[in-house]
Design a protein around this ligand. Structure first.
Ligand SMILES: Nc1ncnc2c1ncn2[C@@H]1O[C@H](COP(=O)(O)OP(=O)(O)OP(=O)(O)O)[C@@H](O)[C@H]1O
Ligand SMILES: [Mg+2]
Length: 275
């Protein structure tokens, strides 16, 4: 694959859950490139989960097209798409069905025909990254909600897909865990994985995402670098999103480059003082 061609290409996608029913997605076009770190924002019910479920073939377009590495999602088996695009469900319990943590983590790689060694190595690595080592024999449903969330992520990591989608990954996690998870995602992104997170946490999006996509009423409202998107105050207001405090504050302070995180604020403020 050429480096410049998008890893996922969405063309004029519409979708309705019922034949002839109202459209939940109303014509979305979007290109996702290898190495992107995207945060998808938008109100409850705007269509975020519905959109990303098209990226691994869980849902098929009512009209339009979704291509993953040039493969049309309509004609490519879901198992093949799953090796390229991993999706962590909004509710971890929707993807947990095995009798032990280890079975759960190795289910994907086994099913996709990975070698015995790869199944073992990927499984161990995913356990380690998500801090579940030692819990291999536990029944997934005996884990805490936070642990089940981490297990759901581990099941996808074990496949090592090019694109990792996490639908509200920070639900049920405290601040320290959330930061740890974001650090892990940042590392995976630096290793070349494309990361897509759906989140209601705009501060998190500001700090970690390299690109923000805002969905409003089944359409794409905004798409760009977080700083550019956050300058579109009127459009954000329409979808009840408020820019991070640190961004608003640095604009009020007339910083040349509005900050996306407290650390950026400090750096920019020092620069301004020196100038
Ligand atoms: N399985 C389904 N069957 C029918 N309608 C559905 C189904 N799943 C979602 N919808 C509807 O589609 C619309 C978009 O839902 P979706 O779950 O994609 O939104 P979302 O942006 O992910 O919301 P949230 O932030 O609450 O997760 C909503 O009106 C929702 O009620
Ligand atoms: Mg959702």
């Amino acid at each position: 694959m050429e480096k410049s061609s998008p890893i996922i290409k969405v063309e004029d996608l519409t979708f309705s859950y019922r034949k002839g029913g109202s459209l939940v997605l109303k014509g979305i076009s979007l290109e996702i490139n290898q190495g992107d770190f995207i945060a998808i924002l938008g109100q409850n019910g705007s269509g975020k989960s519905t959109l990303v479920r098209h990226f691994n073939g869980l849902l098929q377009p009512t009209s339009g097209r979704v291509r993953v590495k040039e493969m049309d999602s309509k004609t490519t088996p879901v198992s093949k798409l799953a090796a390229s695009v991993g999706y962590v469900f909004q509710n971890p319990d929707h993807q947990i069905f095995c009798a032990s943590v280890w079975d759960e983590i190795t289910f994907g790689p086994k099913n996709l025909g990975y070698s015995k060694d790869a199944v073992e190595a990927n499984g161990r690595e995913a356990l380690e990254i998500m801090e579940l080592t030692g819990k291999e024999e536990r029944h997934p449903h005996s884990l805490s909600r936070g642990e089940r969330q981490r297990l759901a992520i581990a099941t996808v990591l074990a496949i090592k897909p090019d694109v990792i989608i996490l639908d509200e990954p920070t639900g049920g996690q405290d601040k320290a865990r959330t930061e740890k998870l974001m650090y892990i995602l940042k590392n995976l992104n630096e290793k070349g994985h494309t990361i897509i997170i759906i989140t209601h946490d705009i501060e998190l999006a500001a700090e970690y995402a390299k690109r923000v996509v805002v969905i409003f009423d089944g359409g794409l409202l905004l798409d760009g670098h977080p700083r550019d998107v956050f300058l579109e105050e009127e459009q954000l207001h329409q979808t009840f999103l408020t820019v991070p405090d640190i961004f608003a504050f640095s604009r009020a302070m007339q910083l040349k480059t509005p900050a996306l995180s407290p650390a950026e604020f400090v750096a920019e403020y020092k620069k301004m003082k020196l100038a």
